[in-house]
Design a protein around this ligand. Sequence first.
Ligand code: MN
Length: 265
Amino acid sequence: MKFKLIISNVCSFTAVILVLLLAGCTSTVTQSVHLKYGNPSNANGSQNNYLIVKPEYALSYSCKAGIPNWVSWQLDRSWLGRTERSDNFRPNPELPTDCYAVRPSDYRGSGFDRGHLVPSGDRTRSRIDNESTFFMTNIIPQSPSNNREVWRELEEYSRELAYRGKELFVVAGSDGIAKKIADSQVVVPKFTWKVILILDNPGEEATAQNTRTIAVWMPNSEAIRNTDWQEYIVSVDRVEKNTGYNFFSNLPKGLQKKIEAASYR
Ligand code: MN
């Protein structure tokens, strides 16, 4: 009797440990709020689709291109505080050893800005959050007119929505090869793009009624000087077609179809 009890206790104890182990192994990816609506390229551990999940955002990195394929992050009012821009650009030590870790100086003299995908301004709750946006794995060579004008204006509009109480899920990236810098280790993309899912209230489940999307596709050149971000509005469908990624894949197909076909007005 006593022996049986010990055995059954040992068994249930083992079962509990196994469940905990299993949860621990899958938690990094599935529990990240930044991948709540999906992993656009099914990023994993491979060299050119290398998944990095941080508390502040998640990204897929291409070792070959020396830039991220995409970066994905949740934005609501809770991320926004008073921390000053840290300007602490630095190589990311989380890359595999056979992957070149781009240095801030690699952009020097190129004529292109060290352009953030997750903006410094979206992570101002703490110094640690803000510094996280300055890893070179969150940076692409961006034309000054793109980075400082059109791209920045959409960033500011997004923060305005967050301040107004909305919850945003943003994915940003680039496309094409205009040229290469840093001894050909860093691609200068031809285009930058962004897709944003906007929920009326933080924590809400997405429905056709409470969900809108914004998508843009912009030349990464000085040709866009003195233009407005609204001129580059496209549908999420368009960005999916151009990049081959699937955004918001965790939503039901019918809902994806509906919100991804619309162009923001
Ligand atoms: Mn989709």
